[in-house]
Design a protein. Structure first.
Length: 165
């Protein structure tokens, strides 16, 4: 007998690992929220949503992260309002108490000092280096970056404790 999922479209199969990981995170978020549903039942939360990290956060405020948050809050009859702003502004708004929270924040030393993180991340993403094909540089890890190498970064974003040290 052929399993039913063997008939899934080939285009979807390449996204299956991401989908399964996200599905797991939604289930974990629902479980976490269900234990605290009496405390937050029926409340509305305001989140600062970054505007430029597709597919997790898109310029129009939609994205995978927002979907996970909305689905998790729905289990406690709570809802959310989203303010779409640049990432650095989202962090400032959360830090200043202008919003209840921000998401897609890297868990590292400086953000742990400013924010409370849940036990489970919404998702995990890996950063990449892009360089010309004809380059002799072959990135393996942050530890192997040559001294004096110029790297372009986005101001106000985090890249992990290992990279920032």
């Amino acid at each position: 007998m052929i399993p039913a999922d063997a008939f899934w479209c080939g285009r979807f199969v390449k996204f299956l690992p991401l989908f399964l990981q996200i599905k797991k995170q939604v289930i974990l978020a629902v479980i976490c929220l269900s234990f605290s549903c009496l405390a937050v039942s029926g409340e509305e939360f305001i989140f600062a949503a970054e505007d430029s990290w597709p597919p997790f956060a898109k310029p129009d405020g939609t994205g995978i992260s927002r979907t996970i948050i909305e689905q998790a809050l729905a289990y406690s009859d709570s809802s959310a309002m989203f303010v779409t702003v640049p990432y650095a502004r989202a962090l400032k708004m959360a830090e200043n108490g202008q919003v209840d929270g921000a998401y897609n924040v890297t868990r590292q030393k400086n953000t742990l000092a400013m924010f409370v993180f849940g036990n489970e991340p919404l998702f995990q993403a890996r950063a990449s280096f892009y360089y010309p094909k004809d380059s002799r540089f072959d990135y393996e890890s942050v530890d192997k970056l040559p001294n004096g190498m110029n790297i372009a970064l986005i101001t106000g974003y985090e890249y992990g404790d290992k990279f920032e040290s």
